[in-house]
Design a protein around this ligand. Structure first.
Ligand code: 4NP
Length: 149
């Protein structure tokens, strides 16, 4: 089982969307038995909240339901629980690296190798853009995961 954690700042816009998309694509690929998915934020501001309505809406337009997800903050235990921790941008990555406990074997990297822009303060088109970026990344990630032993 490979456990994957997506991380952004608030865990209401980008990482919940990535979680929903990857879960959807993992199911379509028949890899549910091999991969688990979760998401978290480096900040605790939105703990317990559902994803941003704009993330819920863009996901729904693409056949994905995010309404069961609730925001939470990254914990030290996450570095043990998860095999791969995928940051949305360079700031999230720096936070994760600073918080990783000594001896952590989790693979921590920036999901797309470049920043997924924070759509929180922009308009709804930002969420469509983020959806397309994340979906492309999830297609590539599923291919990578399907080749893992
Ligand atoms: P996220 O977006 O990191 O993609 O969830 C944000 C959500 C909330 C805030 C910033 C970014 N905020 O400042 O509350």
């Amino acid at each position: 089982m490979t456990a994957i954690l997506f991380v952004c700042l608030g865990n209401i816009c980008r990482s919940p969307l990535a979680e929903g998309i990857l879960r959807h694509r993992i199911r379509a690929a028949g890899l549910e038995h091999a991969v688990s998915v979760d998401s978290a934020g480096t900040a605790a501001w939105h703990t317990g909240k559902t994803p941003d309505p704009r993330s819920i809406a863009v996901a729904a337009r693409n056949g994905i339901d995010l309404t069961g997800q609730r925001a939470r903050q990254v914990t030290t235990a996450d570095f043990k629980t998860f095999d791969i921790i995928l940051a949305m941008d360079a700031a999230n990555l720096a936070e994760l690296r600073a918080r990783a406990p000594a001896g952590s074997r989790a693979e921590v990297r920036r999901f797309l190798g470049r920043d997924v822009p924070d759509p929180y303060y922009g308009g709804p088109e930002g969420f469509d853009h983020v959806f397309r970026m994340l979906d492309e990344g999830c297609v590539a990630l599923v291919a990578e995961l399907s080749e893992r032993p």
